[in-house]
Design a protein around this ligand. Structure first.
Ligand SMILES: *[C@@H]1O[C@H](CO)[C@@H](O)[C@H](O)[C@H]1NC(C)=O
Ligand SMILES: *[C@@H]1O[C@H](CO)[C@@H](O)[C@H](O)[C@H]1NC(C)=O
Ligand SMILES: *[C@@H]1O[C@H](CO)[C@@H](O)[C@H](O)[C@H]1NC(C)=O
Ligand SMILES: *[C@@H]1O[C@H](CO)[C@@H](O)[C@H](O)[C@H]1NC(C)=O
Ligand SMILES: *[C@@H]1O[C@H](CO)[C@@H](O)[C@H](O)[C@H]1NC(C)=O
Ligand SMILES: *[C@@H]1O[C@H](CO)[C@@H](O)[C@H](O)[C@H]1NC(C)=O
Ligand SMILES: *[C@@H]1O[C@H](CO)[C@@H](O)[C@H](O)[C@H]1NC(C)=O
Ligand SMILES: *[C@@H]1O[C@H](CO)[C@@H](O)[C@H](O)[C@H]1NC(C)=O
Ligand SMILES: *[C@@H]1O[C@H](CO)[C@@H](O)[C@H](O)[C@H]1NC(C)=O
Length: 652
């Protein structure tokens, strides 16, 4: 049974939507009869949630059907009231619990997983960069050690060292964690975030010192606390713990950093990372930003729309996936999610700061079966991402747990079943793939929510002051086709081109978890993915009526269409020119091996521009994937080491 103290903290925390992570202190497979660990390995008795195949029943189609409609977005950004601040293509990033680094990323600076690089690389290809946070509840108790058994860069403490008031495992890490991150960034352009441990105010600054020393400007920032508004409920602080207490602790941290010469970047903090028990305004009211403006790099919050804590840790109200399913299929719910933050996003702009959603996903406590890993979650996350961009967030990190969550953007195979190509893609991944193409890489994109029907939201996207793209959603599942619609777009103040290109995000129904395609390409299905997109990229060309000045865009039920009005980027993107494949696997260890001396050979191979399907006339869509998969272009650059054969597909 769980200690009574743990029940207490869960009862307190369960009322709010924290990503509660409960850890067993017993080795996996022994005496694990009580609460499953939400973020770590699976309970041995059932299929782990990350591989769960539950298929729900989609909400009934609209009757009468949604019907066709006209849209008249302003052509010039200057004419749009309420347009967002400028956004970057790397809007969506990932947030990864430190306790699952070994499963998801790799063992150390010389062993990491090619599929991880591929999944991340697809996004970097489109966005130029991805932001990844290594943190979560586990960051608070993280401690630096000189070495760990088995050459690991990260491990959970065992025995006495593992005990702390919330049973969150103490994470031990070595300096090699940062070398691992740095080596990954040499291959795919990742900017990393960490958190300074906040379990006590005897500040342990090793994470700050070593991450700055080793990662340099690849360090994006350091969180000052994770969900401090739950510290009291989690017994990390004695009650009462108020926004003023948090303010004062951040002040103490800043003073300590100021006097630490090994932390040369002082303006590096990310705060206040509230979960929602306190409003951001309660923290702003302590003069937080005025007092700490020079030390704060990013203002951030963390929030989930719902929680599944009843069925994972036994607190709160039971919520059944089928019942909540429809709440992920409406624009109204997405709009509601950002309302508590609109004022803060404005304040962030006044102080010249980014404003990020530092941890989010479909539901805390692991997500919902059949919801978090459905095509509904893909559409929801895409709508949520564009909505956050529209309401002046500057980025959002989609959270990963271990095998015991439903919502991962991708999950490695169970450790006893290891192979490179046996990873499981999560449906939310596709949203992270599409967002950079919707926003484009100019750093000038601005987003407008055109409102519209709650099941068919639309956004217009501007770059360099003019309309360049439209994003059209259809949340309705209707196999009859009756709820397919045609949106006829007439840019107000502009002239339509002779034709537009459209990329579609499709699946058979909002309930599916497989057979999702973005512009014709897919990651594959459960235990079948290696992080590379499969199939031929296809963009659809649609002729416009230049006399009527309109383009008519069909959108199936369900589906999403990204309409490109110009021939300019983002369709032509910088080429990171790397994918990682392998032909070998082992039954014993769930890891790939990359020899560091070979990593160096990757430098200089990238940098050429390639077309990810182009809007230019005469170019052929689909050429990218055929290049990547042509056997002659899969060049062996790594040898066999420890039974592992690693190939990198490069473009010649
Ligand atoms: C892997 O573990 C699962 C769950 O414990 C078990 O059912 C399965 O038989 C194992 N497979 C192998 C190949 O050991
Ligand atoms: C999938 O998850 C649901 C919800 O936890 C559970 O009821 C169901 O048994 C799971 N399916 C399998 C095959 O484990
Ligand atoms: C804080 O975490 C460190 C590292 O895990 C641990 O050694 C220490 O005892 C913890 N302190 C408190 C007060 O929880
Ligand atoms: C990484 O782990 C492997 C296997 O345990 C070990 O051989 C190697 O030395 C480690 N690398 C580092 C940099 O510690
Ligand atoms: C990878 O990390 C190791 C440290 O283990 C370092 O010696 C090596 O230079 C790194 N390789 C690259 C390409 O950064
Ligand atoms: C606050 O800091 C930002 C940089 O993060 C700077 O651009 C801005 O001028 C500062 N504002 C004030 C009022 O000091
Ligand atoms: C976002 O910021 C822009 C200006 O920077 C402002 O015009 C717009 O009203 C803001 N949006 C919201 C929803 O507050
Ligand atoms: C966009 O911003 C990123 C991050 O600051 C930068 O690396 C990139 O060069 C910028 N792109 C353009 C086209 O300015
Ligand atoms: C996958 O989707 C495509 C297009 O939506 C459809 O034609 C095909 O039948 C689907 N395949 C499966 C296995 O459901």
């Amino acid at each position: 049974m769980l200690p009574s103290s743990l029940w207490g903290l869960m009862a307190l925390a369960g009322s709010a939507y924290a990503d509660i992570t409960v850890y067993s202190q017993v080795p996996l497979g022994q005496a694990q009869t009580t609460t499953p660990s939400v973020s770590d390995a699976a309970s041995p008795t059932q299929t782990p949630p990350a591989y769960n195949d539950t298929i729900l029943i989609p909400p009934a189609p609209l009757n009468p059907p949604v019907g066709n409609f006209n849209l008249t977005p302003k052509y010039n950004a200057a004419d749009v009231v309420g347009l967002s601040r400028t956004q970057s293509a790397d809007f969506f990033g990932f947030s990864i619990e430190m306790s699952v680094i070994n499963q998801l990323i790799g063992r150390n600076s010389t062993h990491f997983f090619p599929p991880f690089l591929n999944f991340v690389g697809n996004i970097v290809e489109r966005a130029g960069r991805i932001r990844i946070r290594l943190g979560g509840n586990t960051q608070e108790f993280a401690a630096l050690v000189d070495s760990l058994p088995g050459g690991h860069a990260v491990a959970k403490a065992v025995g006495a060292a593992a005990q702390n008031p919330t049973l969150t495992p103490s994470i031990l890490f070595t300096r090699d964690l940062f070398y691992m991150c740095n080596n990954i960034s040499n291959l795919v352009n990742v900017e990393w975030y960490f958190g300074i441990p906040f379990n006590t105010t005897d500040w342990r600054l090793e994470i700050a010192e070593e991450s700055q020393r080793i990662l340099g400007d690849r360090l994006g920032g350091l969180q000052a606390g994770n969900e401090p508004d739950l510290y009291e409920a989690h017994y990390h602080r004695t009650a009462p713990y108020t926004p003023q207490n948090y303010h004062d602790e951040v002040g103490s941290l800043i003073s300590t950093i100021a006097s630490d010469d090994n932390v040369p970047q002082k303006s590096v903090l990310i705060a206040p990372n509230l979960q929602g028990t306190w409003t951001p305004e309660q923290v702003w009211d302590t003069n937080f930003i005025q007092d700490f403006n020079n030390s704060i790099k990013i203002l951030a919050v963390e929030h989930y729309p719902n929680n599944n804590c009843y069925f994972t840790v036994g607190v709160g109200q039971p919520q059944y996936p089928q019942d909540v399913f429809s709440t992920f299929l409406t624009h109204t719910a997405v709009v509601g999610l950002v309302q508590p933050y609109i004022n803060s996003a404005t304040i962030a702009q006044q102080y010249g700061k980014p404003f990020m959603m530092f941890e989010t996903n479909t539901a805390s406590c692991g997500g919902f079966a059949g919801v978090s890993n459905s095509f509904a979650a893909t559409l929801w996350a895409l709508d949520y991402g564009l909505q956050m961009a529209y309401t002046n967030f500057t980025g959002a990190l989609l959270h990963f747990g271990g095998q015991n969550v439903f919502y991962n953007a991708f999950t490695p195979p169970p450790t006893n079943q290891s192979s490179f190509n046996q990873w499981t893609p999560g449906t939310i991944y596709y949203a992270a793939l599409v967002i950079p193409e919707a926003l484009g890489t100019s750093n000038t994109s601005q987003v407008m929510d055109l409102g519209g029907n709650e099941f068919t939201p639309q956004y217009s996207i501007y770059e360099n002051g003019v309309l360049v793209r439209m994003a059209l959603f259809n949340y309705i599942s209707d196999p009859s086709g009756a709820n397919n619609y045609v949106a006829t777009i007439t840019p107000d103040g502009g002239q339509v081109p002779a034709q537009v290109r459209v990329k579609y995000l499709l699946s058979d129904s909002v309930a599916t978890k497989n057979n999702i395609t973005w512009a014709g390409q897919t990651l594959g299905t459960k235990f079948q993915a290696d992080g590379r997109l499969k199939g031929t990229m296809s963009t659809v060309t649609i002729n416009c009526d230049q006399t009527a000045n309109s383009c008519s865009i069909p959108v199936p039920a369900p589906g999403f269409a990204l309409v490109f009005f110009t021939d300019s980027p983002p369709l032509e993107m910088e080429d990171s020119a790397i994918t990682f494949a392998t032909t070998a696997y082992t039954k014993t260890v769930n890891t790939a091996f990359l020899d560091p001396s070979l990593l160096a050979t990757s430098n200089g191979m990238s940098g050429k521009t390639r077309k990810l399907g182009s809007t230019s006339k005469g170019s052929s869509s689909g050429s990218l994937s055929s290049r990547l998969y042509a056997p002659g272009l899969v060049v062996l650059v790594a040898g066999v080491a420890g039974g592992w054969l690693v190939r990198r597909a490069i473009r010649c």
